[in-house]
Design a protein. Structure first.
Length: 334
């Protein structure tokens, strides 16, 4: 009798184990299927991106032979282009370096002054913004690396029409508008609305607003206010951070549809695998805000005319040291 009971208990335990094994095996295949399907879906979405090749030769990129970077730090040049038609290359109205810093677990957004007086290979000394007009993104990357002693190997290009569409695609962003900014903001809203053939939506008083694409780009382009172009670079960083926070707070389920809307508006040298790797590390990290900086700094730069053009000249040696310490060593300039 005891042996019979013991056998039944063993059989029940064996059945439970077999059921558990089948359940775990089924669960395993479901997970593999979901992950595999998700990967295929992501790759299909990223297939919509406008990829452009960029030489990875240090010489072609303008990376110095004696440059020593830091592991875990990736820099990408972000170029905001003012082109308004297919037959006009445009200048890089906005030039920013996005740093994905895994070493210190943070993101950094560094503006470069568009009027900086730099050496552009094959074109002599000119404004930094003209490098893109002369040779597109490859020459812009090379010029930044050569003049600021960096190791940028990839870029992302978006024009202002694309930025408008991207802001609208994520449902707008939140910006705080000051009284001083209102006239320039509304003038730009009027201009861009006319180009798009839509009725302008003005902002009538200072305050914090959920703005649409045209309003967001108009804010980023404000120049006729205290601080001039220096302050404009800050507004550009504010817009990009607001977009990042909106996407990050929207949740993982909405991310694929957002990405699908955003990607057709950019051109980039980044590969599909690099986008997935960088994007996932940024979005699932504990990073709260994007750290921001601008170079050259006021104390090491001075504006003035050279011939008939106004340029921002700067102490190149000190600026190179400051930007290197900030991006690679995580030491903010004093």
């Amino acid at each position: 009798m005891d042996n019979s009971n013991s056998n039944r208990r063993r059989k029940r335990k064996l059945k439970k184990k077999n059921k558990l094994k089948r359940f775990l095996l089924l669960l395993f295949f479901i997970i593999v299927f979901v992950i595999g399907f998700g990967a295929i879906y992501v790759y299909n979405i990223l297939g919509n991106i406008n990829n452009e090749s960029l030489s990875q030769s240090n010489e072609d990129l303008g990376i110095s032979s004696d440059f020593h970077g830091e592991k875990g730090i990736t820099n990408i040049l972000l170029l905001g282009i003012d082109s308004r038609s297919d037959d006009y290359t445009g200048r890089s109205d906005a030039m920013l370096i996005l740093t994905v810093d895994r070493k210190h677990d943070k993101l950094k957004l560094t503006s470069l002054m568009r009027d900086s007086y730099v050496d552009i290979e094959g074109h002599g000394s000119d404004k930094l913004t003209h490098a893109y007009a002369f040779g597109g993104a490859p020459l812009a990357v090379k010029t930044v690396n050569q003049n600021f002693n960096l190791d940028i190997k990839d870029y992302v290009v978006v024009d202002f029409a694309g930025l408008e569409a991207m802001i609208d695609a994520i449902g707008g962003i939140t910006l705080t508008i000051t009284d001083e900014e209102l006239p320039s903001l509304n003038n730009s809203i009027k201009e861009q609305s006319k180009l798009r053939g839509v009725e302008p939506k003005y902002i009538n008083s200072p305050g914090t607003y959920e703005v649409n694409g045209i309003q967001g780009v108009a804010y980023a382009r404000i120049r006729k206010a205290t601080g001039g172009d220096f302050k404009r670079t800050e507004r550009q960083r504010i817009v990009l951070e607001a977009m990042f926070q909106k996407v990050k707070s929207s949740g993982i389920l909405k991310l694929p549809s957002m990405v699908n809307e955003l990607l057709p508006h950019v051109r980039t040298s980044l590969s599909t695998s690099s986008i997935i790797k960088l994007g996932s590390s940024a979005l699932i990290s504990d990073i709260g805000n994007i750290e921001q900086q601008r170079f050259p700094l006021d104390d090491y730069s001075w504006g003035g005319y050279i011939g008939s053009g106004w340029y921002l000249q700067f102490n190149k040696a000190i600026t190179q040291e400051q930007i290197y310490n900030y991006i690679y060593k995580d030491i903010a300039p004093e």
